[in-house]
Each structure stands twice: as C-alpha cells, then as structure tokens.
Design a binder for this molecule. Structure first.
Ligand SMILES: Nc1ncnc2c1ncn2[C@@H]1O[C@H](COP(=O)(O)OP(=O)(O)OP(=O)(O)O)[C@@H](O)[C@H]1O
Length: 245
C-alpha cells in the first residue's frame, strides 16, 4: 500500500457517506459517469457545477430515486446501494428536493408531523419551533399560504423530526429573497452545530461560501476536483472559469 492509498483508506473509514463509481442514466442518456464522494460526519459539503453538470442527479442517485444507476453507496460503512428508498431513510438519510413537496391541503403542523420517525435522536416539535419560530407562529396555516422561504424551512424542519443524521438539500435558496436566504443559512449553520451532516447543491455561490466547509466541483457527470473552504481563495479564478460566473 502506498502512502497515498493508505491515507485514502483511513479517510474512507471515517466517511459517514461514501459513493464509488456512481453512474446514472435517464433512459439511454447517461448523466453520471463515475462519481466518487467521501463525506465525513458533521461536515457541510456543497456540490458546485454548471447547469446540467449532474449535481441533482448525484443527490437523487444517493437517495435511490434514479431508476437506472450503478456503483456503490455506503452509509456508516454499510452498503445501501440496493435498498429501497424507505429503507434508506432508516439509515439516517433525508432528502429535501428542489420542489420541497409541502402538502398544500395540510397545515404547517400537519405537514411537520407527517413523515414517520425512522431513528432515535430526532428533533422534538418544541426544538423545531425553537429553531424555526416563524413556523410556530404559522403552525395552523395551510401549506398553500406559505411563502417560498417558509416552505423551504418546513421541508427541512419536518425531515429533522424523523431522526435523520445526513441531510441532502437541493437548491435550498432557489427563488428566495436575500433576507430569507440569510435565514436559511443561519438554519444550516445551526444544524451543523448539532452535528447533522449536510450535502447541498447550490447555484448561489455566495450562499455556498457562507455555509460550506468543503466543495466538490462536478462537470459532465464527473468530479472535476474537491477542496476545502480554506483552499477556496487559491481556487477562485479556476472556479469562476469552471462555473462560468
Ligand atoms: N428528468 C430528466 N430526464 C432526462 N434527462 C435529465 C432529467 N433530469 C436531468 N437530466 C439531464 O441529466 C444531466 C444532469 O442533470 P442535473 O439536473 O443532475 O444537473 P444539475 O447539475 O443539477 O443542473 P441544474 O442546476 O440545471 O439542475 C443533464 O444533462 C440534464 O439535462
């Protein structure tokens, strides 16, 4: 074993979530061409890349939402690649999709109580209302009456009740006003302090910079590079080129 493979082996052991050679297809069209990820317990990681690079497909592949997918996905060292979606949640993984999925005919509280608890240690309703006071105020309002920001917070809040330890967020700030984006950032930082591992897909680079400790850059369904927040200043020009911003 060379020094580098030994370092990688040590890193792999500590990864709470890892993906190896993840490939995925929409029909005959291949969207992922062998993604490798190692996400460590408690870190917040952002997936960056241009439109169509494969970020959302990566999250959907991890959560078992792609019909056609190959490769290996492990949570806490256990292979979950072949488990159905509802079993994956029992391994502590929660996904908040871009469309948020709030039930418009239910109240805030009913939406909050809907997903089943899958593991011990989830947030209580009181803890959730302390983290999201605006949801407490609006607990009897119908889902239809919520703003985009409130919907995003409710989508995050109701997953936290289930006891998940790894949260996948797809474009959490999409379409939200700057003041609400700041609030979502506060929530993500609060969750990190509680030890939740977060992987987020984000087009808003300024937001990603505020919350992420590490980045993966994805292009054409492959990982182009990964680096820490501390390494970001040295990568800024390269990143602007890759992201086209
Ligand atoms: N439902 C779908 N059917 C067919 N092709 C799809 C579908 N969703 C995504 N694709 C294709 O898969 C590739 C990866 O898309 P993906 O949505 O993962 O990219 P992304 O990096 O998340 O970009 P965006 O920010 O635009 O969502 C793209 O070429 C896209 O056109």
């Amino acid at each position: 074993m060379t020094a580098i493979t030994r370092i990688n082996a040590v890193k792999d052991q500590t990864a709470i979530l890892s993906a190896r050679n993840l490939k995925a297809w929409y029909g005959e069209s291949q969207a992922l061409h062998g993604i490798d990820l190692d996400i460590h317990s408690g870190e917040t990681v952002a997936l960056l890349g241009r439109n169509g690079a494969g970020k959302t497909t990566t999250l959907k592949s991890i959560t078992g939402l792609m019909d056609r997918r190959s490769g290996e996905i492990k949570i806490g060292g256990k292979d979950i690649s072949r488990l159905p979606l509802h079993h994956i949640a029992r391994h502590g993984l929660g996904f908040v999709p871009e469309e948020r999925g709030i039930f418009s005919g239910l109240t805030v509280q009913e939406n909050l109580l809907l997903p089943p608890i899958v593991a011990e240690g989830g947030h209580t309703v009181e803890e959730i209302y302390a983290l999201f006071p605006n949801l407490k105020e609006r607990r009897h309002s119908q889902g239809t009456s919520l703003s985009g920001g409130e919907q995003q917070m409710l989508a995050i809040a109701r997953i936290l009740r289930t006891g998940i330890r790894i949260l996948l967020l797809d474009e959490p700030t999409e379409g939200l006003a700057p003041v609400i984006v700041d609030r979502i950032g506060d929530v993500i930082i609060a969750l990190r302090k509680r030890g939740i591992t977060i992987i987020l897909v984000e087009q808003n680079f300024r937001f990603a910079q505020r919350v992420a400790e590490r980045y993966y850059v994805i292009e054409h369904g492959q990982v182009l590079d990964q680096f820490s927040a501390a390494e970001l200043p040295g990568r800024q020009d390269w990143l602007s080129d890759v992201l086209g911003v």
